[in-house]
Write a protein of this length. Sequence first.
Length: 382
Amino acid sequence: MKTSGWIHAGAVVGALILAFGCAPADDTTGPPDVRLDGDGTVGADADADGDGTPPPVDGDDVVRPEVPDVVEEACDQEEFEIARVIPDMLIVLDRSNSMFDEESWNPVREAIYAVTAEMDREIWFGLMLFPNVTGSPVCSGSTAQCEPGHEPLVGVAEGNGIPIRDALGPMLTCGGTPTAQTLQNARAYLDTLAADGHPKFILLATDGAPNCNSALDGYSCVCTNPSGGCSINNLNCLDDARTMAIVEDIRASGIQIFVLGIRTSEWSDILNEMAARGGTGGAFFAEDPASMRAAFEDIAGSIASCEFDMRAPDPSADPDRVNFYFDGVVVPSDSDGTCDNGWAWTDGTHTRVEFCGSYCDDLLGRRVTNVSATWGCPTVLI
């Protein structure tokens, strides 16, 4: 199995074994000391009363054991490999100066540390900062204030809780909010991971509306600087139209965008629209350290998967002969189509299953050590 978490299993074919009941052989013997003639009647030397029937033994008629004419079906279970469907989530974190001014920088980092450490087996996390992060804790360069994030500070991978803490710890705030181009670059990076087959998500955490578009008219734009002054510095103009177009393009590529607004009720309508166009309904909002952590947990928990992918049996195999086990104990199939508890197919080709109810809870709670599967015996139903 590749470390990517997908299944890379060879085709396994379960065998059906039919055990047939054996028909009795030609019987040439009767009861003890009784010989049957070739015509099936009792020989004259044993026919004491001359009626052609065998004599009684100890006063009782002989009772022959019945040989059942039975064809019984047996099954031979063959194991095959399955792998959990792991989502990729790139956290795109705003480190603009207002994050420091509003005392959000330390609480939001602590929330990220906690959630990535807790869930870095269920989700492959990565981290990108903006503006202008190329590995340096501070913004640098003549256009640093509006330089977008170009590449992840930490690339998406399994077990990234500690690497994210180590990389994010020294970072300082600086600059504006070049959201549009940063999201564009985040999408370009995630596109390079397409071969891993994981569903992809962006989590944008920001405390303000997008700006940093030098093409906007500072005299007529909506100004994101609470003190105004966009006529002097048009980089503070609200860059909503370009950002929405990029969000829609990212969503059309199959990547969903979550939005977490941090102490930013003033721009809630903009952030809600970004989330809606990004395919996640509406933005999450957090005003204090506890709600920041809760929002990260809710977002991450909503994509943590109880789905498993398999490549054997192939779609031509009998889907009613598959069973799954948690630590050796069979998980019943929820056959009514609702998947309230147990497991159910999630696709018509029978290559992906979802565990539901308490079984999903056990997976997410890390109470299951081993998930296995067999093919060949009838599916155990609830």
